[in-house]
Structures are given as structure tokens and as C-alpha cells.
Design a binder for this molecule. Sequence first.
Ligand SMILES: *Cc1c(COP(=O)(O)O)cnc(C)c1O
Length: 458
Amino acid sequence: MSTHSFGGALNERLAVRDLAHVWHPCTQMKDHERDMPMIPLRRGEGVWLEDFEGRRYLDAVSSWWVNLFGHANPVLSGAIRDQLDQLEHVIFAGFTHEPAIELAEALVRVVPRGLTRCFFADNGSAAIEVAVKMSFHYWRNRGRPGKTRFLTLANSYHGETLGALAVGNVALYKDIYAPLLMQVLTAPSPDAWQCEPGESWEDCARRLFGPLRDLLEQHHAELAGVIIEPLVQCAAGMRMHHPIYLKLLREACDEFQVHLIADEIAVGFGRTGTLFACEQAHISPDLLCLSKGLTGGYLPLSVVMAGEEIYDAFYDEYQNLNAFLHSHSYTGNPLACAVARATLNLFATEPVIERNRVLAAHMGRAAAPLADHPHVAEVRQTGMILAAELVKDKRTREPYDFRERRGLRIYRHALAQGLLLRPVGNVVYFMPPYVITPDEIDFMAGVAAEAIEAATCD
Ligand SMILES: *Cc1c(COP(=O)(O)O)cnc(C)c1O
């Protein structure tokens, strides 16, 4: 038996066993009966994933936006191995450890100014829950119990737990659970896709800030915070906006005494061209949520960062019951903190942001021809995130009906060519690990162009 057919059989056997008992995230499991083979992976290295038949796939989506420095990165793997022999996990109340302390110190050094306190949790949604509770609880502790509501933006995404879902706005994920969710106020998205003819991204953001300002003016007495994904609304299809929006929002939040909660879970750690997206507007949020790339894509970990003013509102005699009594069993896990510390160390010791600038420019050039395609209405880019919006009619921008599943066709075509793309609806995007090479970018753009052609030719 050749290794090839042996591998093939193994691929298939594992897929069958998987589908017998494993329920996968964000998946209609029936799709795997026919349209979408389940692919068991044997190993990863850099931007490449490899299955049991020896087929390789370039991970153009950084494994759901988490991976920064490639799979099986020797430095990051080493950091976990070293920590593993010391301490795998410990209760994080009453006890602490060097990985958490050093990570907190390193985070405070690099995040926007004023964020000096780190509250750890274990995934992005949990960080959003923490931020929402902390904001509400802050106002209560400060004698403003009427500030209980949150303002969110259309098309925003903040995770899947009930609080995170409530402050998000992607109908596909949210609508079914609406009866379970707290009520929020919703302002239009500053999404530059909504630019009027001849309008710049900046003018569009200024115009679309108007309704949010009106909501703040009307409702600030009952509002605890505004939550936003700075610069790119990723889950809504890589919707991008001009940094001026963040600057205007910061000013308005100060004016009306409402917290600005920045969800940089997806855009943090260099995705947008700066280490944090907020830097491009020269602002600091009141609460900053980080996860995904925090550990380089190795282990689940998240952190909510706050300034002294918020921290102080909880700092009191125990009897006054003003403490933030929130916890997760795996809060501050030493292995996760160790690999996060090593990830931040890579940013500190290597010119990652500068290298990314060159890679992003290359990606922009490689993907530019996509814009000429008759079914691509727009190619947009912010740093290391690039997206192409497919439409049925380029002139009117009429979208494809979701039932046609053009994105799935692109996914399948690209996989067959060795590229992992995972379109969001009709939006094809690249968000590759930072260790991708210019040649690999050319490969990615070339296969994407073929896949788009194959998926839109009828
Ligand atoms: C992924 C994501 C989350 C949720 O993180 P999970 O770890 O998947 O719970 C929240 N906000 C944004 C912007 C995200 O992209």
C-alpha cells in the first residue's frame, strides 16, 4: 500500500469518527455529508497546515484570526514547554505567578496610555462579559446606578455568550436568541462601504457619527458604555472605517460621561498596521478587550484592561461589597500567560510592525486585480486585513442571495488548490499569519482570483 492511499484512508477514517461524535462550532453539520469534507489535520508549520494525505493548505485566515507567527512556531512552542515543567495551572485568587505578572507588565507597556490594570479571562466573549459587567458596576459603585445600558454599532460582533451577543449586532448569530438578550441602543456603523459617491472614508465616518452623537445626547444618563471594534468590524465581513470616528467617539464619551469599550480582540496585535487599532486615532479607551492574537494563537486567554480610575471604584473595604466578584476557573492560566508573554516578546525584539507594512503593501498589490472582476464591488484593506466584496450586480451593488452559497463555493475551490479561505457571507478576505512570504501572498491572491471566478461564473 502506498503511503498516499494509506493516508487517504486515515483521513477518511478520522473524518467518519469525528462526525459520529463531535459537534463543530458555527457549522450546519449536515453540510459535511456532501458539500464540505471534514479535514483532519496532522500538523502545522508556519502558514501551512497538512492533512493525513500530505495535502497542504495555506492558512489565509490565521485559524479564525488567532495565529500571528505561524503554526508550531519554535519560540512560542518552547515557551509553553518551559512553563509546562514548572507550573501548569493554579488558582488565581490569592496566588500569582511570573508569567501573569510579566505579561501584565508587558501589556501595560505597549497598550494605549492609561490602561494600567489587567483582568484576565479565558476567551474573547468572556472578556466582553467582564467589560460589560465592570462598566455597569463602576457606575453603580460611583453612585450612578441609573447607568445600566450599552450602546453598540450596527454590524458589530463581540462574541457568542449572551451578554456579548446582546451588545453585538450580526443578525445571523443574534436574531434567534433575541428573547434571551438585554436591550441595547444601536447606532449606524461608520462602515466606509456606505460612502456616498465621491465621499471620502473620513467624510463618511464624520457623517455617520452624527446619529451616534444624538443617541449619546439623549440617553447618556442611562448609558454605561459604548462598545466598538476599532477600525474593522471583522465578523460583519471586514467592514472598515476611518480612524476619525474613534477620535470623535472618544471626545463624545468624555463629554457625556460614558465608557468607551474597545474590543480589539480581532484587530489587536498588529492586524490593522499598528500594534493596536486605537493608536491610529491617538486615543485610549476606558476598557480594552484583548484575546485571539494575545497568545499568538496557541491557547485561550483574554484580558480586559482598565485605568486607575475604574480600578479605584472597586477598591474598598470588603464589607462595602464593592469588589468585582467575577472569576473563571482558568483565569490567568500560566501556560497561556507564558505563551502570551513570549508573543509580546517577539513584538519587542523583532520589527514585526515594520515587516507587516511591507507585507501589507505587497498584499494590496497582489489583490488589486480582483477589483476588476465583474462581481467584485470593492477591494478594501486595513493593514494585514484585506477583503473583496462579491456582488451579483456591480453597478447597483445588489448582493448575491445567501442561499446561493457563493462563499462555500469559493471555500471548496480554494481548498482543492491548497488554500484555506473562509469567506464571511459574500466577502472573501485575507488575514494571514505575519510569517507569510511575498511568494505565498502571490499564491493566495492567485488562488482567490480563480476561486472567485469559479464561484461567480454562472
Ligand atoms: C472573536 C471575537 C470575539 C469573541 O471571542 P471568542 O474567543 O471567540 O469568544 C469578540 N469580539 C471580536 C471583535 C471578535 O472578533
